[in-house]
Design a protein around this ligand. Structure first.
Ligand code: ZN
Length: 135
């Protein structure tokens, strides 16, 4: 498979407005988009550093994936997302090599991207996302 770059790093936060203050006020980044992804029960805020984005994730539902993550582990890095050219192809290749997939088919993520996750049990503890531009 071909990974072109780290598309974004997903960071789970309790309060997105407070977290934005840190990224803007301390790190001097600019939040350029806030978007709710109903599918994943999250509100997201985006920053750009070079060609990599920081994606802040606040849960909109304690039963959602980010709500559960924060309850178990607290705030922090949640996932690493690689940009791929062919998402379905990359998923199929990973599965062939014995990697456990959370999503065997692409689904819609924020920012007009198709996304899919690999299970952290198969990736040495890092929840890994592949994403591609919607075609
Ligand atoms: Zn992501």
């Amino acid at each position: 498979m071909e990974l072109s770059h780290i598309e974004h790093i997903g960071i789970a936060v309790k309060n997105i407005d407070e977290a934005i203050k840190y990224y803007e006020g301390v790190l001097g980044l600019k939040c350029y988009a806030i978007e709710e992804v109903k599918d994943q029960k999250v509100k997201t805020a985006f920053f750009k550093v070079g060609q990599t984005k920081i994606e802040l994730l606040e849960s909109t539902d304690p039963e959602g994936p980010i709500g559960k993550f924060i309850e178990k582990k607290g705030e922090g890095i949640h996932h690493l997302a690689f940009k791929v050219n062919d998402l379905q192809g990359a998923l199929d290749k990973a599965a062939e090599k014995g990697v456990r997939l959370i999503d065997s088919k692409p689904r819609k993520g924020a920012e007009g991207l198709n996304i899919a996750f690999l299970h952290p049990k198969s990736t040495h503890g890092v929840l890994t996302e592949f994403c591609e531009e919607q075609k």
